[in-house]
Design a protein around this ligand. Structure first.
Ligand code: FAD
Length: 379
């Protein structure tokens, strides 16, 4: 057993780290402040192949493994968690289900556009009354000739106002409960598609989160993803992979907390010496570093298990649970190490503190991850 990244993975890490340091980090605070979507960064990322990381080369992507994908999301999130989540959703919640469940026509039509970043992807599952309990969704889809007519409201959709290709879920058979849910590939230009309110949030402010409203939205029959009734299965399996992305985002945020804390504690002097000389600070740094390392290996383990074609729901849930709680804990410690300065917008840790919390909520709350883990152990 070799616990080491391979040469290609190391190369990707170096390339994305350099890119993030030069092009993502310097504008992250400004985008957060202005709540501005990272359009320019996404264009540059597309040129590097980062918007089609997992898309097979025959459809214009880089065709990389899931560990490489995790590395990309960690390195981008280390500098900007908003850009990290947009990239994660685009790749694992939109490109992946099309690769896995799409027809050849759907793959040819949508994957090259996603890989080139010509359109950004979004995933619309959550509804006002269906969050953790996704099976309770009320959006309906009725086949009428060669079109589905879709009605309903989705909420909290990452990239909602910006996305051109959206994977959505709707009920096609009310009597069949979760087996009556179907998935569709929707374009924002379809008649009846509307962006609703854009939320003001605690963190990841540059990622744009909105409602999506479907009023007699017309979706061509050939845009059904999988078969009718496959939607719930598609959503759950997609979210398993998505959780590897969010866990990677959490590792990136936590690593940034550690980076900032090491630098600050070495230069901030109190009682005539750098605060890094105090054991209280050293222990916080040691605890952060240990949990980050453990989180990263849990992510790599989930990614590796996925790439082996094995079941990885439990591994992904463990990685997401532990990494997200590590991100929040690291952010709390990082602000503490920065003292009063850490509570101001002058310092990056203030943003990291706000950005960290969401990793415990989206793509399944920590409570839901514990349900997935215990469910797989107690069956
Ligand atoms: C910034 C942001 C971006 C998002 N992006 C997307 C997106 O792109 N696409 C998308 O579809 N969704 C997205 N979401 C939605 C997100 O996935 C949901 O918010 C999340 O799944 C929780 O659902 P909820 O908010 O309705 O909370 P609820 O489900 O109402 O949960 C409230 C609380 O109850 C707990 N709870 C619920 N059920 C149980 C249970 N059975 N046992 C124990 N505790 C339970 C939860 O853990 C939580 O603590 C996003 C949300 C946010 C805030």
């Amino acid at each position: 057993m070799k616990l080491e990244l391979n040469e290609q993975q190391k190369m990707i890490q170096k390339m994305v780290r350099e890119f993030a340091e030069k092009q993502v980090g310097p504008i992250a605070a400004e985008l957060d402040k202005k709540e501005e979507y990272p359009h320019k960064t996404l264009k540059e990322m597309a040129k590097l192949g980062l918007l089609g990381i997992i898309i097979p080369p025959e459809y214009g992507g880089a065709g990389l493994d899931t560990i490489s994908y995790a590395i990309v999301i960690e390195e981008i999130s280390r500098k900007c968690a908003s850009t990290g989540v947009v990239t994660s959703v685009h790749n694992s919640l939109v490109a992946w289900p099309i690769i896995k469940y799409g027809t050849e026509e759907q793959k040819k039509k949508y994957l090259p556009i996603l890989a080139k970043g010509e359109k950004i992807g979004a995933f619309a599952g959550t509804e006002p009354n269906a969050g953790s309990d996704l099976g309770a969704m009320q959006t309906t889809a009725k086949l009428n000739g060669n079109k589905y007519i879709i009605n309903g409201d989705k909420t909290f959709i990452t990239s909602g106002p910006e996305a051109g290709i959206i994977i959505i879920f709707a009920v096609t058979d009310k009597e069949a409960s979760s087996k009556g849910i179907s998935a569709f590939i929707v374009e924002n230009t379809f008649k009846g598609f509307k962006v609703g309110s854009i939320f003001e949030k605690l963190g990841i402010n540059a990622s744009k989160t909105s409602e999506l409203i479907f009023e007699d939205m017309e979706v061509p029959k050939e845009n059904l993803l999988g078969s009718e009734g496959d939607g719930f299965k598609i959503a759950l399996s997609t979210l398993d992979g998505g959780r590897i992305g969010i866990a990677s985002q959490a590792v990136g945020i936590a690593q940034a907390c550690l980076d900032e804390s090491i630098e600050y504690s070495k230069q901030r002097q109190q009682f005539g010496r750098p605060i890094a000389k105090f054991q209280a600070i050293q222990w916080m740094i040691a605890d952060m570093a240990t949990k980050i390392e453990a989180s990263r290996w849990l992510v790599y383990n989930a990614a590796y298990t996925k790439d082996q074609g094995l079941r990885f729901s439990k591994e992904a849930a463990m990685a997401k649970l532990f990494a997200s709680e590590t991100a929040v804990d690291s952010a709390i410690k990082a602000v503490q190490i920065h003292g009063g300065y850490g509570y101001t917008k002058e310092y990056t840790v203030e943003r990291l503190f706000r950005d960290s919390k969401i990793t415990e909520i989206y793509e399944g709350t920590s409570e839901v991850q514990r349900m997935v883990i215990s469910g797989s152990l107690l069956k």
